[in-house]
Design a protein around this ligand. Sequence first.
Ligand SMILES: [Zn+2]
Length: 443
Amino acid sequence: MVDPAMQGADAALRGRLLWFVGDPEEIGEKAVRHVEDGLLVLSKGMIVAAGEARALLPGLPAGVAPVDHRPHLIVPGFIDPHIHFPQTQVIASYGAQLMDWLNKYTFVAEQQFSDPAHAARVATFFFDELLGNGTTTAVAFCSVHKESAEAFFAESGRRGTRMAGGKVMMDRNAPPALTDTPESGYRDSKALIAKWHGNGRQLYAIAPRFVITSTPAQLEASGALMREHPGCLMETHISENRAEMAAVKALYPECRDYTAVYEKYGLLGRQSLMGHCIHLDEGERKRFSDAGSVAVFCPTSNLFLGSGLFDWRAMREASRPVRVAVATDVGGGTSYSMLQTLAEAYKVLQLQGQSLTAFAGFHAITRGNARALQLDRLIGSFEPGHECDAVVLDARATPAMAHRMERASGLAEELFILMMMGDDRAVAQTYVMGKAKKRRTGP
Ligand SMILES: [Zn+2]
């Protein structure tokens, strides 16, 4: 009998499929779905079947010819839950830690985003770069200007990508050209939510930049936005750097720690994506766990800015687990590649006597990050009913990788080579809702 779901199939991808149905750090290899000669069957960009090619090929409607990516791996598109859209020309700025780096480089570059033409030009680059690296979903901070969020969402709409983003709110401790007010930040965010949240695949992330750049009145307004829009995400920063923490203590002496500031204004919830979380203490981790907030690990940024080492094991402590995610944090981060991000994550854990297996790493940047965004019913998996965002990976993409692969045995080793040596060169193709989107870049 022909599966009725297959009758509407209009495309298929053939290759070595890999996705996750659980967390390998919790249930081991039972979490892994791997089909050596697999077929993804699609209808209108949605996955209707995923499994053995020999079992599924006979059920494909006549005229549907699979795109054959063998011997490459096909995995769900990567998800980057913390990246700054206006920092594409801040990445690789020399010699500073967080507060100086913000003032010297970032707050200069972000001022250009009041210009819609500049924002549109950078948006084109930004989406080319994300898709070139296999990243199909990101949660982005835009600049304070609503024009920057407009450019971000308009470009995402054109590409058909599932993206989240928000204009940052900041009303103090920044140049006048980069500040809003509690009222205008609230009003502009609200207008952007009305226009973009749930518009096609777009989602809004309410974005108070961090405690230092918002007055109490603005944090109050941010909390109101979260209460009024519980379907939106919230993105911010916390406990990245010691000087930052001292400044927070001086601004909010009545709060017992950094987390307490966000709690005070109702900003610590399940939709809260809290960037960095490097210096949280045990009491704060407990409160994160109770609130269901997400600690977002940004390894390349944490190393580049000398911020510190994210304690993965402490976060995941089974007695009070904190939800975790892994992100680039470009432009504090030094690579758009989620593969390179995993390489640095592995090293950060090594420095603390911890480890990150290849399966745990690939889970983190696909299903794990989808769960952090509460989008795991839609993305991050090849189970039927999911949107077909996918990345095709070539573990022999460079001479050094091909040479290393001569001595590799097994899927876990191949994934580890991809995670340590791979970058955009290892991305053979990126699919967004079943459509090939990677453009040739470079000379
Ligand atoms: Zn950041």
